[in-house]
Design a protein around this ligand. Sequence first.
Ligand SMILES: *Cc1c(COP(=O)(O)O)cnc(C)c1O
Length: 381
Amino acid sequence: MPETSSHKTLCVHSGTIEDPVTHGSITPIYPGTSYAYLDLEKKAYPRYFNTPNQEALAQKISALEHGEAGLIFSSGMAAISTTLLSFLHKGDHAIIQNKLYGGTSNFIANCFDDFGISHTTTAGLAIDDFDACLQANTRLIYIETPSNPLLQITDIAAVAELAKTHGLISVIDNTFASPINQNPLDLGIDVVVHSATKYLSGHSDICAGAAVSSTELMQRILGRAKNFGGSLNAQTCSLLERSIKTLALRVEQQNRNAQEIAEYLNSCAHVDKVYYPGLVNHEGHDLAKIQMRGFGGMLSFELADALDTTVYQKALKLIKPSMSLGGVETTICSAAMTSHAVLSPEEREAEGIKDSLLRLSVGIEDADDLIADLQNTFAKI
Ligand SMILES: *Cc1c(COP(=O)(O)O)cnc(C)c1O
């Protein structure tokens, strides 16, 4: 395909492998696990991450993230754990952002010690908080922005610069923003990881993950990945490749819907507080404006008047109470009952997560219908 920087065009065309038989417009599915090897330099095998469907998809995601190389995994956690253990060894230390996806926090808290890797969790999201964690054996910084569920914003360029100054590898989980809204490699980050289960898939029916970086760093991740074995099968690669063709359209609609809903909730008497980076009263708004092209489809809000979150969720007609996020359908969930359920109410309070907090993953429906559902539900209860 010709050179382009347009995400819309890249979503549709990048990575596609032309079928040599039909010359059709989509990458054919190559489900094989046994390929020829004599007189061939490349020995293809699914666990080597080098079959045609894996490579077509890796190239598409890499193009969207402005990277040199990509790798597709069987889940977001496979991408995250493999990436972290590619750069951290016995005796190393990592700086970890204090607000992370629960599965990532769990992995770091439960497994790093066993591998002889130490870590410090930052006190906050300011660059000084990261700087304060530096040690002589620090090798890596790990961030996630916008964060779950309060959509706090970390300064990506500042973290990348801190890492470069001290010769560290910087890794970001870009799941919430998606490559349509944010390209951290352009801001100096070394490795981007994704739970492709969310926006990249977009239809709540695929579990997958991805990592994107320079060719050199990807060689190191690939070395580990072949041993850990978290590759994705051809059929799911093909489904995910299809999903990403509409990623830009979906995310742009989700951005618009989320902005409208955030503004409605912000002016609603039954809501105490709204957390959305697209609102000027959000503490990360100015930073988000600099490093994001769109503010995303995730937002959270606190119910006022001691309204019960379970009663409210059950009374909704269109919006579905459900875990996970990033689908075309709008979903709602309580952080206190899901991602942060293992914490005590006091610990949650310390994290700023109230029992009255609800998180919306805004879909691509008509914004008026979504707002009507939220509004009618307030009237009903
Ligand atoms: C869901 C999620 C993950 C984990 O991805 P899986 O595909 O469930 O393994 C990691 N990071 C973020 C931000 C997520 O939302």
